[in-house]
Design a protein around this ligand. Sequence first.
Ligand code: PRP
Length: 216
Amino acid sequence: MEEKRYLTFALTKGRLAEKTLSLLESVGLTCEEMKDKSSRKLVFVNEEQKLRFFLAKGPDVPTYVEYGAADIGVVGKDTLLEEGRRVYEVLDLGFGKCRMCVCGPESARELLKHHEMIRVASKYPNIAKEYFYNKKNQTVDIIKLNGSVELGPIVGLSDVIVDIVETGGTLRENGLEVLEEVCPLSARMIVNQVSMQMQPERIKDLIARLRGKLEL
Ligand code: PRP
């Protein structure tokens, strides 16, 4: 009976979705409909395998999964930490690797050392709060931004930023550097808690197949 239900995937739009789809394809889960780039469809179906896929903005993926609109999601660890949704994190997919860091001009290093009341700009206020308040026991003023966070210290909005560093290119080009590392990041697979009870065999089998592939 279990096999008759659809298994619905919420994928993060962009590069993560492309890598996820090729990983899923390598273990036999496909969706031809999704390869048609001219299509304006939002939900893609593989009737034969009873699979459904849709693309969403990163921060919305854990929301769809928590509420059960998707059984499975693929999203960056940064988003999972920031959103704090009740979902099972079942697999580190190993791609989308980068680091969450405190960055700023070299001159801000002293401010961090002496636990001064500094201003921190970030797209990730919850991660910044957790790091400064709970891990470092430092009271700071956190300012939420929505992108191009590197501007913060450059134009004098903040002393430092908490942001994702991948190649380090953006920081270098703007005279900023990594001052402290908060945590490593990568793409994770998440599962709705009820789906895990309702379709345990199917989901566990998928996780095992993906884990096997990732360990190769
Ligand atoms: C991310 C991040 C950095 C940049 C880091 O921004 O916020 O700005 O990538 O990558 P790098 O170390 O390889 O230079 P994104 O491109 O997602 O856009 P955003 O500035 O709008 O957040």
